[in-house]
Design a protein around this ligand. Sequence first.
Ligand SMILES: Nc1ncnc2c1ncn2[C@@H]1O[C@H](COP(=O)(O)OP(=O)(O)O)[C@@H](O)[C@H]1O
Ligand SMILES: [Mg+2]
Length: 377
Amino acid sequence: MINKTFAALEQELNSCFLERAEVIRGLLVAAIARGNILILGAPGGAKTAIAECLAQQLGGVFFSRLLTKVSTPEELFGPLSLKALENDQYKRVTARKLPEADIAVIDEVFKCNSAVLNTLLPIMNERVYFDDGSTPRQIPLQVLVGLSNELPDGGTDGELAALWDRFDLRYTVEYIKDERNFAGMLQLSSAKPRTTISLQELTTVQKQAEQVKITGDIIQALVRLWKELRAQGFIISDRRFRNCLRFLQAHAWLEGRLEVADDDIVILSHMLWTEPEQIKAIRKMVLGFANPLVVKANEIFDGALEWKAKLTATPDGAERTALATEANHKLKAAQRMLTELIKQAKAEGKSSVTITERLAAIQAMNEAVVNTYLLGL
Ligand SMILES: Nc1ncnc2c1ncn2[C@@H]1O[C@H](COP(=O)(O)OP(=O)(O)O)[C@@H](O)[C@H]1O
Ligand SMILES: [Mg+2]
């Protein structure tokens, strides 16, 4: 039942935001795993809009704040309590601030200064707030979303390394790439998702996700992945790997599974990279473990994109018409290969969602090639 509610919300979010399927999935996984998720990307890529839109669909107390270099602890954690000061106690009035929030969105999160950072880290790490500097208090925070246009000053291993490290899931978003999606974005209505999920429902789901089984096969797969990552020089902390399990369970839960399947490993491609230049290599490796058919589908898709780029770069004329004829053949061949992959995925009991998306994109691309370059419509 709740599974269906989540699936409906995910679908609605995907129709409000184009080419944002992975981030949307990440946000839902983070909410179920009670994690911290970072979304990086250039301004105007719908980072804030997606995070706030999801927050509005989830019940519970929502806290959001845009950090600047001079943000004060008051802004995030509340003003000092005068009453407490009278009794020589140093306490904050945390009502409606981060320590009492269920969902938090922190924009420009890497503008964080050290006065804020010291209190923020334990909040992210253990969901603990140190009230008067010594007494820890468990806080209700379910999911923390960090947004940024840029990497931390001084890089991911600089002063803000600890903050960077606390983000379990890290996503980078780019502007819309596909022409149709771009046109679609221009025509989007202002309709918001309808499905809502109460805090109580979320808590129930979190408990169910904790029960999702991690089989010996999955452990074996993770060990192989760990070995391969090391062999290629990617050193990932034991803590991060251990932490991955919760997110695998959350992902499996979203897929309606009672045990983690190798398809769920895709989520790790957003958990195991540290430096942006590692994203591509780690993604390829992780996807290879998750579902080799998806890797093949992505290669076919990349090939199709190259044809499209070639055509766009060629001026109108006989040469372009010849090129378009060839592209049309190649794109048709690509569609046949993807159709085969979908069959194979189904036969092997693997997810065919990504492959089907790739197929639809290539179909659209081919139609555009025929209409624009061959029929001159
Ligand atoms: N991929 C997308 N799908 C739908 N709308 C988008 C997309 N990218 C940008 N927009 C539009 O641009 C607006 C600005 O996005 P915003 O959340 O302010 O960006 P950011 O926080 O990344 O700077 C959004 O509210 C939305 O209307
Ligand atoms: Mg923004």
